[in-house]
Design a protein. Structure first.
Length: 323
């Protein structure tokens, strides 16, 4: 996860310009002007695989740009920080009204809608493997609103405002460590908001840990994925590998299992995924259907079959409510 880029600054004069920009920057947002005219100023920088965008724009509405959001399958979460003005976010039957300093989070692989009234925002597109949450935390993150004037939100909000106005500072040495610290603080805000327990974190040997996590995510479906293979792929001992994850408050096996469960959960709630439950489990490294069902129930309090049924019924209810 060492992806880096130089700062990009763009003036956008139409919705058509935005479509070109979205494609070139892999920013999965389709824009609709609310007053017939669209102007925007955008800055983009990628540090350690985390994509930063600052956007100042006229009144508009945004939604997933389908061909970009479906390209590949790596899950991203987008943190929205309202630097000035107001906006709204709709996802997972939630509605978040963002005032200056507020934060919201949405999942790029789930339907959502944003309404931008005025002002400017900063977006952070964060790969899931960089976020430390238990499985049921990921299940609740879509559409989450974090107030910028209370709790940990009041601590991180001024920092995010500073980042948005000094984005180029992240290109300097130490930027990648600072970015991971921001991701950790956002994770802590989510844990506070959802009343989840917070595990200890460390930035020790951060780049190696990020590469290992990226490797695990790329090989989740491999039934032979185990600590020895992971350690061999990175030329370290199994003991060193376990020590790295221990510093992050988790074991290697636990982290792998939780990521597998999260990816399986995504398939189960995807209305386009018609695969049998056993096939979904096998795709994400669960060779035994009973083990998959038991592990899933332990994490989400429902069996895979029950969870899929519940998600489909909730989606149907939402469709009926909109008609």
């Amino acid at each position: 996860m060492s992806e880096q880029s130089k700062m990009v600054e763009l003036d956008i004069h139409s919705v058509e310009d935005w479509r070109e920009v979205a494609t070139s920057l892999r920013l999965p947002l389709a824009i609709e002007s609310l007053n017939g005219k669209f102007r925007a100023r955008l800055r983009n920088l990628t540090v350690g695989g985390v994509r930063f965008f600052t956007v100042s724009a006229t009144e508009h509405r945004s939604a997933p740009l389908e061909e970009l959001s479906q390209r590949g399958g790596e899950p991203y979460y987008v943190m929205v920080h309202q630097v000035s003005g107001r906006s709204r976010l709709y996802q997972a039957q939630r509605s978040a009204e963002l005032e200056r300093g507020d934060i919201a989070i949405f999942d790029t692989l789930m339907p959502y809608r944003r309404e931008f009234v005025e002002g400017s925002t900063m977006l952070m597109m964060v790969p899931q493997q960089l976020i430390s949450l238990p499985p049921h935390g990921f299940a609740q993150i879509g559409g989450l609103h974090i107030a910028g004037n209370s709790g940990l939100g009041a601590v991180i909000s001024p920092l995010l405002t500073g980042v948005s106005t000094n984005l180029s500072a992240l290109e300097k040495p130490g930027g990648i460590v600072f970015v991971q610290a921001i991701v950790d603080m956002i994770s802590a805000c989510v844990m506070e908001r959802l009343n989840l327990s917070v595990s200890g974190r460390s930035n020790s040997q951060l780049e190696l840990l990020m590469k290992i996590r990226e490797y695990i995510m790329a090989n989740l479906g491999d039934l032979e994925l185990n600590p020895q293979r992971i350690a061999d792929a990175h030329y370290i001992s199994v003991r060193t590998l376990h020590a790295l994850f221990k510093e992050q408050g988790a074991t290697v096996s636990t982290w792998v299992r939780e990521r597998r469960l999260e990816m399986a959960r995504r398939d189960l709630i995807d209305p386009l995924c018609k695969d049998p439950i056993r096939q979904i489990g096998l795709r994400w490294g669960f060779a035994d259907a009973t083990h998959f069902s038991n592990a899933f129930r332990l994490a989400y309090e429902k069996s895979p079959r029950e969870y899929r049924k519940f998600a489909r019924e909730a989606a149907q209810s939402a469709d009926i409510a909109r008609t």
